[in-house]
Write a protein that binds this ligand. Structure first.
Ligand SMILES: Nc1ncnc2c1ncn2[C@@H]1O[C@H](COP(=O)(O)OP(=O)(O)OP(=O)(O)O)[C@@H](O)[C@H]1O
Ligand SMILES: [Mg+2]
Length: 260
């Protein structure tokens, strides 16, 4: 497919010698929003970190192509330069560094060259306006004393400034209050363009009341065991993961010889 952004085939990943992803297949096209759901410890964050090239996550097999290019050999900064963006589940705070400076450095890093002040300011203000953010926010230190909602706002602002082709968002369920949920949802909805692909990782069904993914995938024990449309998320909300896992258990036993 010509407008496929990301193609993952048979991806296996180990962390500290332990295999966590056991063969993940996923294709994400431009303009598509994919939700990846799954119980705690199923490998969702591992997938996000491996895609971004985090050094602790060792890819032991499979391929990842982004815009037609094999990116597994690229460093994280090169992946970002190609248009890949990852919003972390647990963002760091950077005392003494304002959002403005942080965003300018991030933009410079992703471009691979300095960004003229004027151009940067125009982009910053336009993005903040789009996201309905107070300009005062940009003068605060990165994540320092931020509420859950403000951390999400910082993340979405960074995404808007960097203007990626593919945004991978790893959302925590704990501490994500309604304000934070709405921020993520409104931000993603505001930034959605026909060129942007989004992979939204969550096991918080409520987030999907605000963002409507066209595709929903369930990750379990390092594999995508079920894919479907938005109705799959509704089914999960009503029935939990057990019915899907039970349906899948015989196949897992056949594949690994282990009990699911
Ligand atoms: N850096 C690490 N060191 C050791 N084990 C790890 C590391 N990262 C992940 N794991 C293990 O890999 C498995 C999958 O973890 P991962 O964080 O990817 O799950 P998750 O689906 O994101 O869970 P959650 O829903 O809680 O965010 C877990 O068993 C976890 O303990
Ligand atoms: Mg996680």
């Amino acid at each position: 497919m010509a407008d496929t952004l990301l193609t993952i085939e048979g991806l296996t990943v180990s962390v500290e010698g332990k295999q966590i992803l056991n063969g993940v297949d996923l294709a994400v096209g431009r303009g598509e929003v994919h939700a990846i759901m799954g119980p705690n410890g199923s490998g969702k964050s591992t997938l996000a970190n491996a895609l971004m090239g985090h050094p602790r996550y060792q890819v032991t097999g499979g391929t990842v192509r982004f815009k037609g290019e094999d990116i597994l050999a690229l460093s994280p900064d090169k992946r970002a330069q190609r248009g890949l963006f990852l919003a972390f589940q647990y963002p760091m705070s950077i005392p003494g560094v304002t959002m403005v400076n942080f965003l300018r450095q991030a933009m410079k890093a992703v471009r691979g060259e300095d960004v003229p002040v004027r151009e940067f300011r125009e982009k910053l203000f336009a993005t903040m306006k789009l996201l309905k953010m107070d300009q005062e926010f940009a003068r605060r230190y990165v994540n320092e004393g931020f509420s859950g909602g403000e951390k999400k706002r910082a993340e979405i602002l960074q995404m808007g400034i960097l203007d990626p082709d593919l945004a991978i968002m790893d959302e925590t369920d704990s501490g994500l209050d309604i304000d934070a949920l709405r921020t993520v949802a409104e931000g993603v909805n505001a930034l959605t363009t026909p060129k942007l692909g989004v992979v939204l990782i969550t096991h918080y069904q409520r987030l999907l009341n605000y963002i409507k993914p066209q595709f929903v995938h369930i990750l379990y024990q390092g594999r995508i065991i079920e894919s479907g449309g938005p109705e799959l998320a509704l089914q999960l909300e009503a029935e939990g993961y057990d019915p899907v896992i039970e349906k899948y258990a015989p196949a897992l036993v056949a594949a690994t010889g282990e009990k699911a």
